[in-house]
Design a protein around this ligand. Structure first.
Ligand code: GLA
Length: 379
């Protein structure tokens, strides 16, 4: 869990933005809720490497340098992350790490980096993904500092099959999530509903376990009309996320047990958004010790039921995909809830209210909304 600069600042990120994000994580209570890593995405580097092939921080945008920025982040009880790519260049055309993995991994460790997001852009020089990502995995394993290795290969070569074996702790399973509900256009990136559809179709829940996570991309929560964080005017296919869409987005990422990287500008963040990002019931579902990925139990064009087995029961989500408010109903027997006896406690993760059921679970759900219940057998 943490914050990443990309969705909020894209290629304009500066060290002041990163410091402000670190301060905001502390002041808003997000750090104490578990958001721990502060990751600088693409565009932190200067053009060209130094004589030894090392990366250099952009002298205008990061004048204090990365070691100083890491110190600033660490001093606030947070961890520090950087970005590079398994190619000649990053996606925005800056120098990257293919062929210089050892040098860069040592550099990252010297700077105090705790997390590396490793993208898939640039010239691959004829090397396949496993080879390229294994090279950085080995380099990170060889340095004297634990560094979380976040593989960002967009799911092109099934990283869920090899990511863990090359030292990865998580692997992106799709193209980029954009701050809208549905794009209908892969070239543009995927809307939130599109990502959930893609994850369902991939059917890769079995690849996930503690320490090796399927990553449906960083959160776009807050990058909508509530926050004015979008970097550009919405295009024809992009319409920022509404309040209800933000909630469904966050609920699904928790149900998937996904890495949670807030991607919105936290300076001046609203209380409503903070309430969502710190919802203790949803965070407990995301962080459940079994570390499983939620899976669909029922999908139809208007209503879906998803569930995720938890250490003491399961989370069940009822997602209204239609245009009208509707009641969605299921039964524990048709979900991942471990069935035992005939009494279950149910907690509504939005209201916090709890009740008992003999097995039926139902909720009245607004269009695009999601009811989320935590369900456990009564002992
Ligand atoms: C790719 C990644 C994104 C982001 C950008 C930066 O698109 O998938 O998450 O890191 O590059 O350029």
């Amino acid at each position: 869990m943490g914050w990443n600069s990309w969705n909020a600042h894209s290629c304009t990120v500066t060290e002041d933005d990163v410091r402000a994000a670190a301060d905001a994580l502390v002041e808003t209570g997000l750090r104490d809720a578990g958001y721990e890593y502060v990751v600088v995405d693409d565009c932190w580097m200067a053009d060209g490497t130094d004589g030894a092939g090392r990366l250099r921080a952009d002298p205008d945008d990061f004048p204090s340098g990365m070691a100083a920025l890491a110190d600033y982040v660490h001093d606030r009880g947070l961890r520090f992350g950087l970005y590079s790519s398994a190619g000649s260049h990053t996606c925005q055309g800056y120098p990257a790490s293919l062929g210089r993995e050892r040098t860069h991994a040592e550099q990252f460790a010297d700077w105090g980096v705790d997390y590396l997001k490793y993208d898939n852009c640039g010239d691959h020089r004829g090397r396949d993904a496993v080879d390229r990502y294994a090279a950085m995995g080995e380099a990170l394993a060889a340095v004297d500092r634990p560094i979380v290795y976040s593989i960002c290969e967009w799911g092109r070569s099934n990283p869920w099959e090899w990511g863990y074996n090359v030292g990865g702790h998580c692997w992106r399973v799709t193209d980029d999530a954009v701050a809208t509900w549905h794009t209908g256009d892969d070239e543009f990136g995927l809307g939130i509903a599109d990502i959930v559809d893609r994850v369902a179709a991939l059917d890769i829940a079995a690849a996930q376990a503690p320490g090796g996570w399927n990553d449906p991309d960083m959160l776009q929560v807050g990058n909508g009309p509530d926050s004015a964080q979008s970097q550009h005017e919405p295009t024809d296919i992009e319409r920022p996320l509404s309040t209800v869409e933000n909630r469904t987005h966050f609920a699904f990422w928790c149900l998937l047990g996904a890495p949670l990287f807030v991607g919105t500008d936290l300076t001046g963040v609203s209380d409503d958004l903070l309430d969502l990002l710190t919802n203790e019931h949803l965070l407990a579902i995301d962080q459940d010790p079994l570390g499983l990925q939620g899976t669909p139990d029922r999908r139809d064009p208007t209503a879906e039921v998803w569930s995720k087995r938890l250490a003491d029961g399961a989370a069940v989500a009822l997602w209204n995909r239609g245009a009208e408010e509707r009641e969605i109903r299921t039964h524990v027997d048709d979900t991942s809830v471990p069935t035992a006896g005939d009494r279950y406690t149910v907690r509504d993760c939005w209201s916090g209210e709890a009740w008992e059921t003999h097995g039926t679970l139902s909720g009245t759900v607004e269009p695009r909304g999601t009811a989320v219940f935590r369900v456990s057998p009564v002992q």
